[in-house]
Design a protein around this ligand. Sequence first.
Ligand code: GDP
Length: 174
Amino acid sequence: LPEIALSGRSNVGKSSLINKLINRKSYARTSSKPGKTQTLNFYKVESQLYFVDVPGYGYAKVSKKQREKFGQIIETYLTTRQNVRGLISLIDGRHEPTEDDVAMYVFAKYYDLPVLVVATKMDKISKSKWNRQEKIIKEKLDFNPVDKFVSFSALTGAGKEQVWEWIERQCEIG
Ligand code: GDP
């Protein structure tokens, strides 16, 4: 089955995105405790694809050694799995991308992986600021126009359809 990888710093809203996409409240484990996800988690979606939850990064209390281990898991995954069709990179919509976010984007581009950048928690900022945030994030990432950007809220469901459209296109389903 095709696979879509999801990355983002701990607490960015990855579990909430997965749950919203598949309309469940507690399919993916959501937690307010950052740094919990340390291995790859696979979620099979309706026998059509897998979401692959790559370990959350940027958790301050994680040692350098552990961070390198995360990096290796991600690199091994993205470079050896045959079925990975794209990366959804989650970035907190209220802030600039972190260095890890930028590194992840550069890394995906290096391996020619299509990327969907999802700005999360957008219900927390006024809609008039959405365009400005999009611009800031794209600038910082040196965003490639072949990729896609979606403003998302797990609370309101904003952006959900666009995310699904991108997934279906990458996986040639739907
Ligand atoms: P993960 O660690 O990346 O999987 O993050 P979670 O999905 O567990 O979310 C972390 C926290 O942010 C939780 O308290 C969520 O309820 C909250 N959260 C996630 N997405 C949103 C969103 O779109 N809007 C709001 N207001 N809160 C969110």
